[in-house]
Design a protein around this ligand. Structure first.
Ligand code: 13P
Length: 252
């Protein structure tokens, strides 16, 4: 059975003081995490070292929200995979729709970053998802299929360390969640695409998270779907209580 991975994407929220409070709150409740669930926090860069130190002796994992495709060099403002690792990160979110929208990230760039992440021993959480116009235009599968093929190209032998997150752009931060059936349909399509690329064993073991307005009151239904193996949570991960409730709803 695939383990459920619940990751919290803090986005650009929480300074160091606020981060210490949330991390402390989560650490205090780490014992509540069901054994088949992996919980990951992805704070902003400025709080990563604190998160790594705080979660060191706990089952809670830490991830970055982005990283450079380069190893090192004159890239002002960038952070490398090795730097993330040194803070205690085990995961890194790549190709989030906000980065695609505001920072021009492409499938090819995400693929280059994923290769670097895997080489450094980080598990990439690769985000895909269609916009509202694309869904209404009936091109969800072609858009998501192109993203999956582009981002995962050539990763076949390292796919056991890859996580895919399906985040319909129209459901992010809008309170409009995809229905469990809508999400399941795209998750099954992603798994089928990965099967075409890398075969049934890789596809069967792949953890595919859903993201987009996941809250304690809808998480159990979403996570109960056959091909939904976790969640990438935005707003509801900013409070220890709601994030823990989502984690606990993953295995009912
Ligand atoms: P919300 O849960 O706030 O909709 O954000 C989802 C998201 O983008 C997680 O990466």
């Amino acid at each position: 059975m695939r383990k459920k991975i619940i990751a919290g994407n803090w986005k650009m929220y929480k300074d160091l003081t606020e981060s210490a409070e949330l991390l402390g709150g989560l650490k205090a409740r780490a014992g509540e995490i069901p054994s088949g669930v992996t919980l990951v926090v992805c704070p902003p860069y400025t709080s990563l070292a604190l998160a790594g130190a705080t979660m060191k002796e706990t089952p809670i994992k830490v991830g970055g929200q982005n990283m450079s495709e380069h190893d090192e060099g004159a890239f002002t403002g960038e952070i490398s995979a090795k730097m993330l690792k040194s803070t205690g990160c085990e995961f890194v979110i790549l190709g989030h729709s906000e980065r695609r929208q505001y920072n021009g990230e492409t499938n090819e760039g995400v693929n280059r970053k994923a290769r670097k992440a895997l080489a450094a021993g980080l598990r990439p959480i690769i985000c895909v998802g269609e916009t509202l116009a694309e869904r209404e235009g009936g091109v969800t599968e072609s858009v998501v299929g192109t993203q999956v093929r582009g981002c995962l190209d050539g990763l076949g032998d390292r796919m056991e360390n890859v996580v895919v997150a399906y985040e319909p752009v129209w459901a992010i931060g809008t309170g409009k969640t995809a229905t469990p059936a809508q999400a399941q349909e795209v998750h099954a399509f992603i798994r089928k695409t990965v099967e075409e690329m890398f075969g049934p064993s890789v596809a069967g073991n792949l953890v595919i998270q859903y993201g987009g307005s996941v809250k304690p009151d809808n998480s159990a239904d979403l996570l109960g779907q056959k091909d939904i193996d976790g969640a990438l949570v935005g707003g509801a991960c900013l409070k220890a209580d709601s994030f823990m409730q989502i984690a606990k709803s993953a295995l009912r």
